[in-house]
Design a protein around this ligand. Sequence first.
Ligand code: PLP
Length: 393
Amino acid sequence: MIPAILPTYNRAPLSFVKGEGSWLIEADGRRFLDLGAGIAVNALGHAHPRLVSALTEQAQALWHVSNLYEIPAQQKLAEMLVAETFADTVFFTNSGTESCELAVKMARKHFHDAGQPERVEIVAFEGSFHGRSSAGIAAAGSEKMTKGFGPLLPGFRHLPFGNHEALQVAITDQTAAVIVEPVQGEGGIKPLPDACLKGLRDLCDAHGVLMILDEVQCGVGRTGRLFAHEWAGIAPDIMMVAKGIGGGFPLGAVLATEHAASGMTAGSHGSTYGGNPLGCAVGCAVLESVTEDGFLAEVQRKSGLLRQGLEGLVAEFPEVFAEVRGSGLMMGIVCTAPNTEVVQAGYGAEVLVVPAAENVIRLLPALTISDAEIGEALNRLRATAETVQANAA
Ligand code: PLP
């Protein structure tokens, strides 16, 4: 019999009832060190007092009015994002997937209204992940995500990650946009080198193509800059944001330049919940925290600490771990042992990590993780590796 919850997830038999910073408390009282942060969502950890008070204050005042009316918290968050980034304008969504939908629509509409309706193609990369909607799976293009779901949204072209020659050929006068994650998340924590991102920007400029960056997973301070593309010294035309921006409240956004957004006029797009007062009140508190003096420098410092420890574990347990990669507090360990066994052994050591493609485990801790907690994470990952090693013997 089909379960009450549609069985699309493989869930671990863990049921968390409370969160405190980097910790999750299981129903039986065990305290797990959370290095997954809800898959890069709980940027400030669980139950951060600032977010709790932003949410409860807003909840006591007003939950929802719809986008028929002005929403002060939405206006404030949009203005903050515009001030902090390349963007001139913002549309709020509820998820990364919805941000993908709008990014694709916006790029196509831009060229339609600019008198180039033939420019509809979106160039995307193998191994990418942009969400589970029809546009999202068409953008990713993998058989795993698309098989069985009927005709796909047309107009996507997929290139191998990092193949520059293929890119030169793929961009034509039919291309509207290139969509890419500066750091592939689900694909196995694969940073696109800064030089490649710069090269891609130049190529887009040379061909008048819009650059869409998917910073749903790598954005909002995750890599130690507010947005990952800042490391390469470039800016996109359109950027997808979600996850960390809501700190655990469902919130996403599409940021764009005035030029890229030129086709989006009243009635061209909408969302009932997008930019709702609750989400935006939390979003403002997240963004205020992440942009506070010294916050991102701390993320970078802690990244160094974590990375150094992880490199040590790789050297100590070559039968379990092969390589560390990533940026900021978006780290991946390529495993020698099956990554699912490592995740499983982690449960035994009361540490949560997240699997990704290419036999990687992801470490996406709260950006507020302390030095002591990083030390504890390394201890628990060592215990995890010992278990995996013992099970293999
Ligand atoms: N884009 C990237 C890079 C992601 O990592 C994800 C989710 O993991 C998405 C898009 C989809 O976001 P959501 O699950 O919020 O719809």
